[in-house]
Design a protein around this ligand. Structure first.
Ligand SMILES: O=C(O)CCC(=O)C(=O)O
Length: 265
């Protein structure tokens, strides 16, 4: 799969790209079928909401599920990432599902991913890409991602570590910076029925509100980073930033449809 010149231009101008229906209903069903088992696992890689105790984020999924291992090597993800970054030497930095459970799923504050990658893991440059697939229908009601269009253009904005306002410590962007960037670029809400994909860059400011609705909002997120830009600090657990710098090799296009239910063998 190759992105068109227009898609590449849109990615560089906006900082993100929405790929409608990148994955079929049958493929999303394979991924959804794994979730009850993964949610039930008692592991530190399942991070919980402070207030409700519900799973917020299921991490390290390419090591816990054959289907998610395949998704991380899916050509519809790997080929566009290689094209954008201009290298075939990418590693899986993080592979997770953000569960944003009905009624209790908490917010993701305004942030951009590089702030954490740099401050916590010593990643040198803001090159990593975040690739998402919607596993549920995402609407304006169930806590969709919101992007500040073009907010990557001035490079990394100032951030501060927030360990208080929601359940996952994050390097967040101050309100005045969000207001300034929003005045320049506007906000875009990423919604759609299960199956669309998003690609966004490491300096794009984004966030998402709590899920007050009766509908779950589960989104898979894969971070691919060039091996030449790998982490230089190793303080965080492997599931937050994987240490296997083997280049990701794409599988066949139908790889999800032939996945085995259950763990990686
Ligand atoms: O799942 C969400 O709402 C936020 C995800 C996010 O911020 C990220 O993947 O960097």
């Amino acid at each position: 799969m190759r992105l068109t010149a227009a898609q590449l231009a849109e990615f560089h101008a906006q900082g993100f790209l929405i790929l409608p229906a990148l994955f079929s209903t049958a493929e999303v069903d394979v991924l959804r079928a794994e979730l009850p088992r993964l949610l039930a696992e008692d592991t530190p890689a399942n991070i919980r909401e402070k207030a409700s105790g519900e799973a917020r984020t299921l991490m390290g999924l390419h090591l816990r599920s054959d289907a998610y291992a395949r998704l991380c090597r899916h050509p519809r993800f790997v080929e566009p990432a290689r094209q954008i970054l201009g290298t075939d030497r990418l590693y899986v930095q993080q592979a997770k599902v953000n569960a944003k459970v009905a009624f209790t799923g908490e917010a993701w504050q305004w942030h951009y991913d590089f702030a954490t990658h740099h401050a916590e893991d010593g990643v040198p440059d803001p090159l990593a890409l975040n690739l998402h697939v919607f596993l549920d229908d995402v609407t304006e009601h169930n806590g969709p991602l919101v992007f500040i269009r073009g907010s990557h253009r001035d490079g990394p904005a100032p951030t501060a570590l927030d360990t208080v306002t929601t359940s996952y410590a994050l390097w967040t962007v101050a309100s005045e910076t969000v207001a300034r960037l929003t005045a320049a670029g506007g906000l875009v809400t990423a919604t759609g029925v299960a199956g669309p994909a998003l690609i966004f860059g490491d300096c794009l400011v984004h966030g998402s509100p709590p899920n007050l609705s009766p509908w779950n909002r589960r989104i898979f997120s894969l971070i691919l980073n060039p091996i030449a830009n790998a982490q230089t600090r190793f303080a965080r657990p492997d599931y937050k930033h994987h240490r296997d710098f083997t280049p990701v090799a794409p599988l066949a296009d139908d790889c999800l449809l032939t996945a085995r239910a259950g763990a990686v063998s």
